[in-house]
Design a protein around this ligand. Structure first.
Ligand code: DOR
Ligand code: ZN
Ligand code: ZN
Length: 398
């Protein structure tokens, strides 16, 4: 397949190129001649479209199994395809929690042939100390996810000894850590010399801690969720409840600054769907996000951040940090995962367009910075701006 006239970033410069794809991988990035074209079975014209490597969202809660009235692999992966996300990594607070090798295996089995995009799993660190299980699964998962604060799913781990064992046996640790727990996590990473991924930073003081850890030379990475960039505490209502909670306008600013200066490494949505009934009935923490993150982030391209930074934090860095093979870049040998964007189509985000099973979006009424008009996974068109097709998503390798 030849994808013609792609506007891609090459060394930070927008350049128009043709991309030759074969067996799901990028074969050549060049300007194809008309004679050569005659030889090619399938041609897709991306004239006028911005083409990025597919977005990698390493922070999603797809609720499958056990909570699939909120989301499942099929609906969640559709939401990904619609948002230009070609790989998602699923969190372990499903039911049962992903804390044994056997449960992980069942989750892997259950996901087969049900996703439109590629995917992987985080394993869960358990307060019952499952460090032996961690040892068994390290090469099959993105990281060990540990909750250092209470959140949806009751996976809090508090005991120091247990935390030490979990850190010791993990290849990389992701944490839900807020404020002083960020310090605690960095301390453990220092002690056990483990890479640490700080999920959903939401406060200026947390960005400072990350900045200092990086300066010290530690392998610590930070993520920010779109809701902590675009929304703040003055807007809170029963729908906009999540952990960490929305913070101040000053915190928004510090997070944008952290993205801009390279302190914050990734955008992860913390896609955490709950039904409207659940949200309205009682306080329920979590909001969906995977469907809107890229289109929303595009609003601030050439405003608060450059296109180069957007591509780095949404595509390249997530793959690099978790060692996801052959993804995150438009380069020869990489998998042909692309999102194509029409920057002229700045459209209103509407609840009625949501494909996530939860059926609503916290960004209802906001205007995007562009429209995802097609999403490709390993050379297969999975979303054409309207419909979904080619459900061939598979597990990633690390
Ligand atoms: O608000 C949240 N919801 N924060 C989390 O850490 C978990 C998530 C969920 O699973 O609903
Ligand atoms: Zn969390
Ligand atoms: Zn989460």
């Amino acid at each position: 397949m030849l994808i013609k006239n792609c506007t891609i970033l090459e060394n930070g410069v927008e350049t128009v190129k043709d991309i030759l794809v074969s067996k799901g991988k990028i074969q050549k990035i060049y300007r194809c001649s008309e004679i050569e074209e005659l030889d090619i079975d399938e041609i897709y014209d991306a004239e006028g479209l911005l083409v990025l490597p597919g977005v990698i969202d390493v922070h999603t809660h797809m609720r499958d199994p056990g909570l699939s009235h909120k989301e499942d692999f099929e609906t969640g992966s559709k939401a990904c395809a619609k948002g230009g996300v070609t790989t998602f990594i699923d969190m372990p607070n499903t039911v049962p929690n992903t804390i044994t090798e056997e449960i992980l295996k069942a989750k892997e089995e259950n996901s087969k042939d049900r996703s439109y995009v590629d995917y992987g799993f985080h394993f869960g660190g358990s307060r019952s100390d499952n460090s032996l299980e961690i040892k068994k699964v390290n090469d099959r998962v993105a990281s060990t996810k540990i909750f250092l604060n209470m959140s949806t799913g009751d996976m809090l781990v508090e005991e120091e000894k247990t935390l030490e064992n979990l850190f010791r046996e993990s290849k990389i640790v992701s944490v839900h850590a807020e404020e002083e727990m960020v310090e605690r996590a960095i301390g453990l990473a220092r002690k056990f010399k483990k890479p640490l991924y700080l999920c959903h930073l939401s406060k200026a003081s947390e960005v400072e801690l990350l900045r200092a850890a990086k300066k010290e030379g530690l392998c610590v990475y930070g993520e920010v969720a779109p809701h902590h960039l675009f929304l703040n505490e003055t807007q809170v209502n029963n729908l906009l409840m999540m952990k960490p909670e929305l913070k101040s306008v000053e915190d928004n600013k510090a997070l944008w600054e952290g993205l801009k200066d390279g302190t914050i490494d990734t955008i992860g949505t913390d896609h955490a769907p709950h039904t409207l009934e659940e949200k309205n009935e009682k306080i329920t923490f979590g909001i969906p996000g995977v469907e809107n993150s890229l289109e929303l982030m595009l609003k601030e391209v050439n405003g608060k951040i450059s296109l180069e930074i957007l591509q780095r934090v949404m595509c390249e860095n997530p793959a690099k940090i978790f060692g996801i093979k052959r993804k995150g870049k438009i380069e020869v040998g990489y998998e042909a995962d692309f999102v194509m964007i029409d920057l002229k189509r700045k459209e209103e985000i509407k609840n009625e367009d949501v494909v996530s099973k939860c059926g609503w979006t916290p960004y209802n009424g906001m205007t995007t910075g562009g429209k995802v008009v097609s999403t490709f996974v390993r050379g297969n068109l999975v979303y054409n701006g309207i419909e979904f097709m080619n459900k061939k998503g598979r597990g990633v390798s690390y």
